[in-house]
Design a binder for this molecule. Sequence first.
Ligand code: ADP
Length: 257
Amino acid sequence: MHIPYYRAIAKEHEVFEHAYTCKIPFLLKGPTGTGKSRFIEHMAYKLKTKLITISCHEETSSTDLIGRFILKGAETIWLDGPLTTAIKEGHILYLDEIAEARPDVIVAIHSLTDHRRELFIDKLGETIKAHPDFMLVASFNPGYQRGFKELKPSTRQRFAAISFHYPEAKIETEILVSETGIENDVAKKLVNIATKIRNLTELGLTETVSTRLLVDAAKLIHAGLPKRLAVHVAIVEPLTDDLEVIQALKDLSDLMI
Ligand code: ADP
């Protein structure tokens, strides 16, 4: 496997490498589709360490992370969860969208995010010390608009953090070209459409055009789908279900590509 492509925006490589050396828990903040997951995949590869990713959702509990007893034939056996495995073997554990998880997840990781670096497994009555190479990384979408879950300040302060944003136009164009092989000119137009829509704050979209949506549109165009149609299905439709807004955004983007 090649190193996952990640275009650095600022000093995130340097910062993360030092955090890894110090094993300081790390938070990647930013809207969806801004390269947080890609960044951690890239860094894990670069640092030659295994990455275990958990996509958190509202049902994700500490049991899912730590482990559980399961029935095997007539016997009950203990099965380590991904967090326990990462702690024992010394991997990076990435909790994607940590704020979505149930509150007991946050409680469970407390003792791992301070000087103790240990995990208490209540079902076994055991405390395990983290492997020196274990590191906890989480992502969080601060979502300044409605519908987003918050992360308590006391939890946030257990992490060092960097913010991810939509990259500036030149860099985002470069990402589209590198990711999909699309022509520079077309990539530029897609980025212009994104910039335009991102500035239309009056639409009140919960989330605006992410780099991920642009990459999807670019892939479809590169595969041969007509450009306007690709923009409609990959950029406009995923943004909203409001028919009037959809029509307005289609009209706007048709003029730009
Ligand atoms: P997030 O985890 O922030 O939701 P991802 O890491 O999944 O977002 O990014 C979505 C897609 O956007 C990636 O698959 C990649 O194609 C592209 N992308 C975004 N930012 C970058 C970047 N800086 N370098 C390379 N690809 C990027």
